[in-house]
Design a protein around this ligand. Structure first.
Ligand SMILES: NC(=O)C1=CN([C@@H]2O[C@H](COP(=O)(O)OP(=O)(O)OC[C@H]3O[C@@H](n4cnc5c(N)ncnc54)[C@H](O)[C@@H]3O)[C@@H](O)[C@H]2O)C=CC1
Ligand SMILES: N[C@@H](CC=O)C(=O)O
Ligand code: NA
Length: 434
């Protein structure tokens, strides 16, 4: 059978990994795919660097449109990133009738509805296993392995950079800045690391997971996004002393009234498997009504783990290229004419438990005032600790039972007006994940 001719856009961390793994495992991959997979053209920015990596084994250009428009190319692998040039290139590749593999979650979370519709129109595949949780085959699991289930919820550590930073801060006492620099050096971080730190990258991935779990269009603009930049070291320590770990979680839940779609730092009981996912590892817990909880764990970022997912998509395309579109799996796991318009709920409607830390004057009566405000807002307290803090001050930490975020916000507003409360209340959501 004819080799599958690949046009590779970008030879950075992931593109370089794809080149290495295909070069090393080409024979084995061909045995699986039924034909060889050949990178015949590569678009790069730095010609000399690319030449030193691939020698004469592929044609190299600095014009990615040349690759996308090359009639010899069957499939375009977009590994440039971002949603400006990458969007134009993927649009053009589809218009040229080429299948597309991408690792670009930002592109699909923001422009996926348009791109999937265009791909369907042209009868081409647009596949993206590497875009969510790197090397973990979570897309395949949701799209294929779990297709009997009504998915109730899923929660995941889906950003390697932030998990690496939190792990390093907790276990080695590294500063935020030093841990981020290490994550960048190791190739985990996005070109703009604020996407990692502020939860945007995790929200891009969660947006895709929610669409595949619940059969709704991608709606990144409806996701609630909070990162780890405002997380204080003292809350990491308090959480640990209380038997919890703080992780940046992406959580999506199907409720009778809509879908929760949220990324934020989260306290998790330390005995849970997710609480023990360290470094750049990712893990996604998916709860289906028939299968129950299932957990997917592995390397969510980095050169070869991500290349592993890109190449798995290439193998799928190699096998399915000649198949009729209806014989292929749908882009977002549900048939395009069976998508639902279930609303995404605002964060104020979310119901979860909370960690609240208050810095107060250590005076009689303050606790009673706070407890009264919480009780009036129908927020019940699960446990409480008090620690001396500064000159005649104290930190009080409440762990609440489940409450509606709107009520918690109102209560926090009232608490902050108490004269004995010295600074704004720190609020971190807690999930039991049972
Ligand atoms: N690094 C990782 O661990 C993971 C990255 N991804 C995604 O994979 C994609 C690529 O990421 P990385 O490889 O980490 O980025 P990178 O920055 O290492 O590589 C991107 C490459 O594209 C090249 N490039 C930029 N503009 C170009 C142009 N006009 N023509 C040709 N080449 C051009 C750059 O020179 C660079 O070598 C992104 O969408 C990223 O979000 C997904 C999962 C994991
Ligand atoms: N920057 C991302 C890379 C993989 O998607 C991360 O840190 O997880
Ligand atoms: Na993946």
């Amino acid at each position: 059978m004819k080799p599958l001719k690949v046009g590779l856009l970008g030879l950075g961390v992931v593109g370089g990994g794809v080149w290495n793994v295909l070069s090393r495992n080409g024979g084995e991959i061909a045995r699986r795919a039924g034909r060889s997979i050949e990178v015949s053209r590569i678009a790069v920015r730095d010609m000399a660097r690319a030449r030193s990596k691939v020698g004469d084994a592929a044609a190299i250009t600095t014009d990615p449109f040349e690759v996308v428009r090359d009639p010899e190319i069957d499939i375009v692998v977009e590994l440039i990133g971002g949603y400006t040039l990458a969007l134009e290139l993927v649009r053009e590749a589809i218009a040229q009738g080429k299948h597309v593999v991408t690792a670009n979650k930002a592109l699909l979370a923001c422009h996926g509805n348009e791109l999937f519709a265009a791909a369907r129109e042209k009868g081409v595949m647009l596949v993206y296993e590497a875009a969510v949780a790197g090397g973990i085959p979570i897309i395949k699991a949701l799209r294929e392995g779990l297709s009997a289930n009504r998915i109730n919820w899923l929660a995941g550590i889906i950003n390697g950079t932030t998990n690496f930073i939190l792990s390093e801060m907790r276990s080695r006492g590294l500063s935020f800045e030093a841990a981020l620099a290490d994550a960048q050096r190791l190739g985990y971080a996005e070109a703009d690391p604020t996407f990692d730190i502020e939860g945007v990258d995790a929200a891009h991935k969660l947006t895709l997971l929610a669409s595949m779990a619940f059969g709704v269009p991608v709606q990144f603009d409806r996701a609630h996004v909070e990162g780890i930049s405002k997380l204080a070291q003292e809350d990491i320590v308090h959480a640990e002393n209380l038997g919890y770990r703080i992780k940046l979680l992406g959580i999506t839940k199907l409720r009778p009234d809509g879908i929760e779609l949220r990324v934020h730092p989260t306290l998790i009981p330390e005995g849970r498997l997710l609480a023990n996912v360290e470094g750049a590892m990712n893990a996604v817990l998916v709860h289906g009504d028939a299968v129950g909880p299932t957990l997917y764990y592995g390397q969510g970022a980095g050169e070869e783990p991500t290349a592993s997912a890109v190449i798995a998509d290439l193998v799928d395309v190699a096998r399915l290229q000649g198949a009729a579109p209806e014989q292929r799996v749908p882009y977002l796991a549900f048939q395009h004419d069976a998508m639902a318009d279930t609303p995404i709920l605002p964060i104020e409607d979310v119901r979860t438990a909370y960690y609240l830390r208050l810095h107060v004057d250590d005076q009689p009566g303050v606790l009673a005032d706070i407890a009264r405000i919480l009780a009036e807002a129908e927020i019940s307290i699960g446990s409480m600790i008090q620690r001396p803090h500064g000159d005649s001050g104290a930190d009080i930490i409440f762990l609440t039972h489940q409450a509606v975020e709107r009520d918690v916000n109102r209560a926090i507003g009232l608490i902050e007006q108490l004269p004995q409360v010295r600074s704004s209340v720190t609020r971190i959501r807690m999930e039991n994940l049972a």
